[in-house]
Design a protein around this ligand. Structure first.
Ligand code: G16
Length: 547
């Protein structure tokens, strides 16, 4: 490889050396830790993105974000050609690069070996699309990724401030010659807003005829003081006649994700700071990079109710099933819901036993859910934390298209097929997307004529509690069976089983986080008091056995 490239890499490594003793793995959502110790890994990720692009002969995305984590953290994850997360087989290369000593000869040798193994050359064409969230550390980190990728002759597209799902979408559009949509932020908004408008204008017109003019739907949104606040302004501009969105926690006062955002609301099951629960019928929280969404409202007795990712699975599956039935397509397609161990037991029960839709359980991380969702014609996946989307197979899309064009079908069948076709355009199929999911949810509620209370009452959640437990080394906890059982440390699972058996409808599991330096404990039971007690008992056991 060229001496010039090697020299440039040497200079970059001298500028951003690897701190001694650091171990960093490609986790649930890429590399993530405190921003001040991240620069060196950005060099390695820039190199890897470039190699991946050369191998796939396609653009690869690099998103700089630590999503729901606090402002002082940051991270990076790579996006594959169709907008999906980096193929897991490449996480090995990411981890190998991360573990190498900070020595140009060692790193250069590894790169040469890898290029030979992957059958690519330094001068092969490569393109990397970069974007970042609003963290102060993001511009510097993205610049390092850019400089490193350019050393391997890579063309950079810098989209600067974007939500994570927007970058996933953009990478997909670029690589499929804009069949999926136009490869710009304007193209993204055009696609989802046009589809939303088409779907609900006709419905609102009908409602208007029967019960008078309908005012725009009102929503108050906590934007977690992140990038989503800026992007929600576009939705407001485009759809103000249909949706009135008031944006709170827009980054002008509070700190990113601090006592606000989807993760906070889900974890503590209460409203965020900075968003007074006053007179809005519906409230939402998104997270720092706008890939998660949670709904909530206050009932007439001032009780707080939250609708999380499990609720989106149920709502989306109900709507899609209805449309498939109306279009007489139900028997021709395979639909499934994908969840993780965090899914409330009641939601799984409702989907399987009331809706008759199969549920698969996979380990935490959108990458696992997305992969499993590809097994279905319609794969609906949501993590309980509000992160998810729907995947539609080519088979499903062509069946829907044929149904729309089939003149022998009734008007009702063809209308249902068209509504499904338009609904697909609201969905960002590349990854969970808070903005797209928000529009999809509002469209479904409108088309199903369902209030937020009606949505909540589809089933009753089992009370649950989640805790974060700080221990000295979270890798001591090892799990199996989609993270539902522990295999290390010894006896932990036996203790969990014993405690769980004391509670009616008790369930609990423990797993190390892949994005924070903590262990997560989940517990559910028949009452909130029991769920809280079970979670706390398990916490004590975890602390005891990992001392
Ligand atoms: C990321 C992942 C999610 C995962 C979450 C928490 O979310 O994309 O799939 O559920 O981290 O993961 P863990 O429990 O391993 O810390 P985000 O929104 O932070 O990108």
């Amino acid at each position: 490889m060229s001496e010039f490239a090697k020299e440039k890499l040497t200079t970059l490594m001298l500028e951003y050396p690897k701190p001694s003793g650091i171990i960093l793995g490609y986790g649930t959502a890429g590399f993530r830790t405190r921003a001040d110790i991240l620069p060196w890994i950005m060099i390695r990720i820039g190199l890897l993105a470039s190699l991946r692009s050369k191998v796939k002969k396609a653009c690869i995305g690099a998103m700089i974000t630590a999503s729901h984590n606090p402002e002082h953290d940051n991270g990076v994850k790579l996006i594959d050609p169709y907008g999906e997360m980096l193929d897991q087989s490449w996480e090995v290369y990411a981890n190998n690069l991360s573990s190498l000593d900070d020595n140009i000869h060692v790193l250069w040798d590894y790169l040469e070996t890898l290029m030979t193994q992957l059958n690519v050359q330094l001068n092969d064409k490569s393109t990397v699309a970069i974007a970042y969230d609003t963290r102060q550390s993001s511009p510097l980190l993205s610049n390092i990724v850019k400089n490193a990728a350019e050393i391997l002759n890579t063309n950079i597209m810098n989209f600067e401030l974007m939500t994570t799902p927007q970058l996933h979408y953009t990478v997909r559009c670029y690589n499929d010659n804009e069949l999926y949509g136009s490869c710009t932020e304007a193209g993204y908004f055009d696609k989802i807003c046009t589809a939303f408008r088409k779907l609900i204008e006709a419905r609102r017109y009908n409602l208007c005829m029967t019960s008078g003019a309908k005012p725009a739907e009102q929503l108050a949104i906590d934007a977690a003081n992140g990038i989503g606040a800026q992007k929600l302004v576009y939705l407001n501009q485009r759809l103000s006649d249909l949706l009135t969105i008031e944006i709170f926690n827009d980054g002008t006062k509070g700190h990113l994700n601090e006592k606000c955002g989807a993760d906070y609301v889900k974890l503590y099951q209460k409203a965020p700071d900075g968003l007074p629960l006053t007179n809005y019928p519906k409230y939402c929280s998104i997270d720092g990079d706008a890939d998660r969404l949670i709904y909530y409202f206050i009932d007439e007795n001032q009780r707080f109710h939250m609708l999380d990712g499990d609720r989106f699975s149920v709502l989306f599956a109900s709507f899609i099933s209805n449309k498939l039935k109306e279009a007489k397509l139900m028997d021709q397609v395979k639909m499934g819901v994908i969840q993780t161990a965090y899914a409330n037991g009641s939601s799984t029960n409702y989907i399987v036993n009331t809706m008759n839709v199969p549920v698969a359980c996979v380990p935490t991380g959108v990458k696992h859910l997305h992969h499993k969702a590809l097994d279905y014609d319609i794969g609906i996946y949501f993590e309980a934390n509000g992160h998810g989307t729907v995947l539609f197979s080519d088979n499903l899309k062509s069946k829907v298209k044929a149904a729309i064009e089939d003149q022998n079908r009734t008007d009702e069948e063809r209308l249902a097929a068209s509504q499904l076709r338009v609904f697909i355009d609201i969905i960002n199929e590349t990854v969970g997307d808070a903005l797209a999911d928000l529009l999809a949810t509002e469209a479904i509620l409108c088309l199903m004529n369902l209030s937020i209370e009606g949505w909540l009452h589809l089933y009753n959640d089992l009370p649950q509690r989640q805790l974060k437990v700080a221990i000295k080394d979270r890798t001591m906890i090892q799990t199996t069976d989609a993270e539902r059982r522990c295999i290390a440390p010894a006896h932990l699972q036996d203790c969990i089983d014993e405690l769980v058996s004391k509670y009616s409808s008790g369930r609990s599991f423990v797993r190390p986080s892949g994005t924070e330096d903590i262990v997560r404990v989940y517990a559910e039971a028949t009452t909130q008091v029991d769920a809280d007690k079970l979670a706390d008992d398990i916490r004590k056991i975890v602390e005891e056995l990992t001392k």
